[in-house]
Design a protein around this ligand. Sequence first.
Ligand SMILES: [Zn+2]
Length: 279
Amino acid sequence: MKRRNVLHLAPGVILGATACSSGKKKAAQAASQKPLATGLNTSSAPKTQPNTQYRPPAYTQRLRNPDMNLPSEFRSATVTYNKGLSTHPYLAMTFDDGPHPQNTPRLLDMLRARNIRATFYVIGRNVDRYPHIARRIVAEGHEIGNHTYTHRKLTSLSDAQVRQEMQKTQDSIARATGVKPRTMRPPYGALHTRQRQMVFNEFNYPTIMWSVDPEDWRRPGVSVVRSRLINRAHNGAILLAHDLHAPTVDAMPGTFDGLLRKGYQFVTVSQMLTQRASV
Ligand SMILES: [Zn+2]
């Protein structure tokens, strides 16, 4: 309350010494030090008013990306998810099949401009081709997930081949970014229940499907992709899109802005699962 609260800004400049009436002695001592700052009268009550207009710079950022800490050892409770809880206006945007040398950086710029987070289900082969883009995904706060190494239909592969697809991609991502993916998405959404359990047991990956699919891979046009995503979004939605396709990325500025206008906040898939597990 007294001396401990005195803030030394520079030799001779002391603020806060007179804030407490019981600290008169200290205040007198402070005054005798002859502050250098002109107009600073340390022998009477401070003239400054609390700045009620001030907002920390992170204020709007927190609104867009709710503060949801992930445990260091992520452990999913369930093998498969296609959405999160409907109790909060949270969305998880997911982008599959990258990194792409042009479209992914363009998408990252759009996300960064709005300060929103997404999840990228990357193909291991592409990570090996463009490790710097994978690094940028992680560096800018997005989540990176396992989407296999060669993008084959896993339902027609042996267990050993599925394991290899998972492991090679995990290794590529770890090599490029220093991060181990927490979740996986099977190409074409195709993975038998038994395979999902195997991947869950051996890699600790829950299988992440989706609840909103604009079928952007059919290339229905920018405005159709945008309106499907905006109109079908719901609390806890996991939205599927592909940063492989330029028109999909072209649709994103309008999609993000439309979803923000509707009051949604953006989380990564793991954040959404954590919220689901903790409620
Ligand atoms: Zn895919």
